[in-house]
Write a protein that binds this ligand. Structure first.
Ligand SMILES: *Cc1c(COP(=O)(O)O)cnc(C)c1O
Length: 349
């Protein structure tokens, strides 16, 4: 078990680029807390920077691009869906570091180049090299993702042969180096809670690739905190998801040179709130978006933070999170999706 100071020293050994505005605010939602009967705090990673459209990927990118710069790379490859927050934040962060972003984006429906929206529009404004990878007949989304990763690696190999050093970031920035950013996030939150003289009973967030969850779990193991982490899935997760997130957390702890470890049984992901699927809106998410907007003026998104927040609200209302609990919701950003294709936004007004 480490102190906050010791944890910071371990993190300082990793190369890092300063990209976001940290610490991001932590504040209490007064009106909603009163309505729900819990003490609800919001951790505002939606305000992380680099620009108006921040989010949770910026923390990971501080360490990922730190590594890229330390290795002398000039071009950065990453992957995601056509409206990927991670891809857009990577493009913005690359520009901040003077790096060239190359994005391989898997599309279920090919986007209309004459009507670029949301993150895909931002990717183009940022001047990223964008490759759209349509899903082929008979191919699953996962198979298309694997194909996109191979296409990126092939292009990078060609560039490397011609003398351009390339850096590869997996989907969501979910790697030990990326997750180190959320170890730093956990430490940052504990410092803020300590300054307020309080401890959190539950920390809730939306989980996709699991890179954020792995970092948070690693941070909790490192500091030995008792806070329960409640990850809400935004897409189908197989039975091995928790074990893979724990393995990523442990690789992250090993990278930091820490001997603490996360047991797969320490992580339990809520799978009840994403249906019908990733990037497909539902009632849980839409209701949560309207509620937070109309109670506190704060915006969630239909793909991630709306479903995550909605899942947490359900757990509070059913008593699975007991009345009087102190709950932190980690706002991971993503509200650009409110300006994406109507089919992704859903029934939010
Ligand atoms: C990527 C993302 C997440 C999920 O983070 P992972 O580290 O991939 O699990 C949650 N919310 C938003 C808005 C995101 O863009």
């Amino acid at each position: 078990m480490k102190t906050i100071q010791q944890a910071k020293e371990l993190l300082q050994a990793l190369p890092r680029q300063s990209l976001g505005f940290y610490p991001t605010p932590l504040h209490r939602l007064e009106r909603l807390s009163g309505q729900l009967g819990v003490e609800l705090y919001l951790k505002r990673d939606d305000l992380s920077g680099v620009n108006l459209f921040g989010g949770n990927k910026v923390r990971k990118l501080e360490y990922l691009l730190g590594d890229a710069v330390a290795k002398g790379c000039s071009t950065v490859f990453t992957y995601g869906a056509t409206q990927s927050n991670h891809a857009m934040q990577t493009a913005a962060a690359c520009r901040r570091c003077g790096l060239d972003p190359v994005l391989y984006l898997v599309s279920v429906v090919e986007p209309d180049p004459a009507q670029l929206r949301s993150n895909l529009l931002l990717d183009h404004i940022l001047g990223a090299e964008v490759h759209i990878v349509p899903i082929r007949d008979g191919e699953t989304e996962a198979q298309a993702e694997d194909r996109a990763a191979r296409m990126g690696r092939d292009q990078a190999a060609g560039l490397e042969a011609a003398g351009t050093r390339c850096y590869d970031i997996p989907m969501g920035g979910a790697s030990p180096i990326g997750s180190a950013g959320f170890v730093a996030g956990w430490v940052e939150l504990q410092e803020q809670l300590e300054a307020l003289g309080i401890q959190a009973d539950v920390l809730c967030h939306a989980t996709g690739t699991g890179g954020t969850l792995a970092g948070l779990a690693a941070g909790r193991a490192l500091l030995g905190d008792a806070t329960r982490i409640l990850p809400v899935a935004v897409s189908p997760k197989d039975a091995g998801y928790e074990a893979r997130a724990a393995a990523l957390a442990n690789d992250t702890l090993a990278l930091l040179g820490a001997e603490e470890r996360v047991a797969p049984g320490d992580l339990v992901v809520e799978r009840g709130y994403y249906a019908p699927g990733y990037e497909v809106p539902n009632r849980t998410g839409s209701d949560a978006i309207r509620l937070l907007a109309r109670t506190e003026g704060i915006l969630l998104d239909p793909v991630y933070s709306g479903k995550g927040f909605g899942g947490m609200l359900d757990q509070i209302r059913t008593g699975a999170i007991p009345q009087g609990s102190r709950v932190v919701y980690w706002h991971t950003g993503g509200a650009t999706a409110l300006f994406a294709e109507a089919a992704m936004v859903g029934d939010v007004v």
